[in-house]
Design a protein around this ligand. Structure first.
Ligand code: MSP
Length: 522
């Protein structure tokens, strides 16, 4: 049985046929912020990310590199693991579809679909895009003129398609249309945001064809189990094995699956919503498994307006950018400036501007001003007695607690950029309180009141630091350290601590800026 506080969250798994780009970094960072939020909120989180290593695209990339596919992916995957480490992704497992338990899970799922009577042998004749690893219907293709002036047919994603004729196993997807439509309309709607829900509904309503789920023209994939003795050897269509990763990561086919399954949230890019909201739930229904509670299709991160992709040549290496600007700035920018669910533009200048404003001038300044005054005027100590509140203090506390509620509500509702807006409102309110109550002017006339104002401001910083943890984890820990608060062995201060005030009389470490301002050197 899955307990009510268990939370299973996944990202899509990336093709390691090139180095990771900002789009990949964006997806893992957004998912990580949600995973960390739920952990701090007291849930038992299982967070899965990884790489999708089979299929024709990877086989071709390995051939071009002159090595066998496994040698190729073993090397390429390292850059993705470096990316998750650099961006402080808190996944519980980095799954590779070449892992042994994943082969076992994929074959078990296949057998379940066979047992349901949903798999039959036929011949596939139609269009296939190697880049998308996707089958397309004739009616979906678009005509385009290539560089040589020749009219060519492209997939709706603008990728090349090739005519493919091959013996293949098929999955009876067409029989699931009504059940999929009923699932889309169940409450709360599982495919989000609503634009993706509408797209998927319309797609299924146009009618579904059975899906070719195996390939015979190459061998780089999970072997189809129990195949006919005399026919060609089949490997699973890469998307069938790729989608199965979510089950492998939850322990399928072992009984322990029950404690994790189903996913509470599957975060994927808008270009792969079809696979996750049509093929995937149909496969799960066939195997008699529970469906994900939510599939969220996020937008693309665009380099000044253009989708980032290897073929467009505008791929920005997130590791290089992190080495220059620092991970906190990148994480903050991606979560604050990109509305989760929509496309967002990114540029070096925009990251610097946003993070200087919010982190350095906003949060950093608030912390620095109040903590420097405590160091200078109170020997670095918080007041040892709690003084009666004045109306301004009560007002500050009440606004901070209602903004905290808004932050919580927006994070739970996946309105990530709005949650960060609430956080910045907390900063503005605390800055306003500090400025209006001018503790520096009370140094001689009323030092006790001065200390009280500094204490209230520092306690506002404490609340802000706790809420910052899912967004900029290491900076939040540094900020908490500035308040003399060490983190527990899991590296966190859970949200239950929001209600505890700073310890009276505590000696604070010497203030040390946590969010330096970025100054261009050129
Ligand atoms: N391997 C498949 C997913 C299989 S999931 C069972 C795949 N891989 S991918 O490397 O092309 O993309 C991985 C994820 O990154 C996808 O969710 C995709 O939408 C996302 N992004 C790829 N480019 C992106 C941007 N430019 N911006 C944001 N996300 C993007 O698809």
């Amino acid at each position: 049985m899955k307990s009510s506080d268990a939370f299973y969250i996944t990202t899509a798994i990336a093709y390691p046929n090139g180095r990771p780009h900002m789009g990949h970094a964006y997806e893992v960072v957004a998912t990580d912020a949600i995973a960390r939020f739920h952990r701090l909120d007291g849930r038992t989180v299982t967070f899965l990310t990884g790489t999708d290593e089979h299929g024709l695209k990877l086989a071709q990339a390995a051939r071009a590199a002159g090595v066998d596919p496994k040698t190729y992916v073993d090397k390429m995957v390292m850059a993705f693991q470096e990316m998750t480490a650099t961006f402080q992704i808190s996944h519980d497992r980095f799954i590779r579809t070449t892992d042994a338990d994943h082969y076992a899970a994929s074959q078990a799922l296949w057998r379940a679909m066979v047992a349901a009577g949903d798999i039959y042998l036929d011949r596939y004749t139609g269009w296939y895009s190697v880049r998308d690893e996707a089958y397309y219907d004739e009616s979906e293709l678009v005509d385009a003129v290539d560089a040589a002036g020749v009219t060519v047919r492209l997939s709706p994603q603008g990728t090349a398609v090739e005519w493919t004729v091959e013996e293949s196993w098929f999955f009876r997807l067409s029989t699931y249309a009504d059940r999929l439509l009923a699932w889309y309309d169940s409450m709360p709607t599982p495919v989000v945001p609503s634009s993706r829900h509408n797209e998927m509904r319309a797609f299924v309503q146009r009618g579904l064809r059975d899906l070719s789920v195996s390939r015979t023209s190459f061998a780089w994939g999970v072997p189809v189990p129990d195949a006919a003795i005399d026919g060609p050897a089949h490997v699973m269509y890469v998307w069938v094995d790729a989608l199965t990763n979510y089950l492998t990561g939850a322990g399928y086919p072992s009984a322990s699956l029950d404690t994790v399954w189903p996913p509470d949230l599957q975060v994927v890019g808008k270009d792969v919503v079809r696979f996750h909201a049509v093929y995937w739930p149909a496969i799960l229904m066939s195997a008699g498994l529970a469906l994900p509670k939510a599939v969220f299709g996020h937008g693309f991160i665009l380099d000044r307006g253009e989708k980032m992709s290897k073929s467009l040549g505008n791929v920005v290496d997130p590791l290089e950018l992190a080495a220059t600007l620092g991970v906190d700035r990148l994480r903050w920018f991606m979560l604050r400036d990109v509305v989760f669910g929509e496309d967002g533009n990114y540029s070096h200048a925009a990251i610097v501007e946003r993070t200087n404003a919010d982190l350095a001038n906003g949060i950093g300044n608030l912390a620095q001003r109040s903590l420097a005054m405590i160091a200078k005027n109170c020997d670095g100590r918080l007041p040892s007695e709690s003084l009666a509140h004045q109306p301004a203090d009560l007002m500050l506390q009440s606004i901070l607690s209602s903004l905290t509620e808004r932050y919580m509500d927006d994070m739970r509702g996946l309105r990530l950029s709005r949650a960060l807006e609430a956080l910045m409102e907390m900063v503005a309110i605390a800055n306003g309180y500090f400025a209006d109550n001018a503790p520096w002017s009370l140094k001689n006339s009323d030092p006790a009141r001065m200390a009280k104002i500094l204490y209230e401001t520092a306690d506002a910083v404490r609340q802000i630091a706790i809420l910052l943890q899912p967004i900029v984890p290491s900076a939040a820990v540094r900020l908490l350290g500035q308040l003399g608060l060490s983190v527990d062995k899991t590296g966190h201060r859970p949200f239950t601590e929001l209600a505890l005030a700073l310890p009276l009389g505590a000696l604070l470490p010497a203030p040390n800026g946590v969010f330096p301002r970025w100054v261009e050197t050129t």
